[in-house]
Design a protein around this ligand. Structure first.
Ligand SMILES: C[S@@+](CC[C@H](N)C(=O)[O-])C[C@H]1O[C@@H](n2cnc3c(N)ncnc32)[C@H](O)[C@@H]1O
Length: 204
């Protein structure tokens, strides 16, 4: 069982503790392959699970998020949180909440926040990765971009984790499920674990 340094339920976010545990365990396993990278940090919930695994192994987590929220976080949408809305600038801003949580978890020297869109970071990225976690924009276009931008940097034996996989379309959007199917049909990935809406694939 993972020992969390902060009260994880107090961290705003969309990850079930069982999913967090799987992220943590998976990230521990790939430590010798290279750094981990996540797309979509929000207030840092998934970041904390991945970051703790990196801390244990002296590894690094790159945490990409523009912190402007996805479609569903905007005013009037289902997952809008007023406390994360910068009224002066009239836009979402989850970065200060993210930073506070990462500091409280003791992960400031392990997690490298990249406050930018995933596509801009991907443009010139060169380093191989041990693990990629995709939980950014959930439109088909965004999910496809993230899959194409980041899965190619995984080392053999590395893990691609994808959140919000709904087999039944009535339960949730299908973009994460579609990229999972794409990965499996490429022949480059096999599924190694799945819990709730989180799936972990291995780059073979
Ligand atoms: C579902 S939330 C992530 C939840 C988080 N993983 C957790 O554990 O609570 C999605 C996040 O992706 C970010 N996002 C959406 N599209 C993005 C993009 N193109 N580039 C970077 N971040 C993006 C949003 O700002 C939002 O914070």
């Amino acid at each position: 069982m993972i020992k969390l340094p902060i009260e994880i339920n107090a961290v705003k976010g969309f990850l079930h503790p069982e999913e967090g545990e799987i992220l943590y365990r998976s990230c521990l396993e790939i430590a010798s392959l290279g750094p981990a990278l996540e797309v979509g940090s929000y207030c840092g919930k998934s970041t904390i699970y991945l970051g703790l695994a990196c801390l244990e192994n002296n590894n690094t987590l790159y945490a990409i998020d523009h912190h402007r929220g996805s479609e569903e976080h905007q005013p009037g949408e289902g997952y809008h949180d007023k406390e994360l809305f910068d009224v002066k600038r009239n836009q979402m801003d989850s970065f200060s909440e993210f930073r506070k949580n990462i500091e409280m978890a003791g992960l400031s020297d392990t997690v490298i926040p990249i406050v930018s869109s995933s596509e801009a970071v991907a443009r010139n990225w060169v380093g191989p990765l041990g693990m990629v976690f995709i939980d950014g924009g959930h439109s088909m276009e965004a999910a496809l971009k993230d899959y194409r931008s980041w899965s190619c940097h995984l080392r053999k034996g590395g893990f691609l984790a994808i959140h919000d996989i709904f087999l039944d379309p009535s339960e949730g959007g299908q973009a994460p499920h579609e990229i999972m199917k794409l990965a499996l049909s490429s022949g480059l990935f096999v599924e190694i674990r799945r819990v709730r809406t989180l799936v972990v694939l291995e780059r073979i």
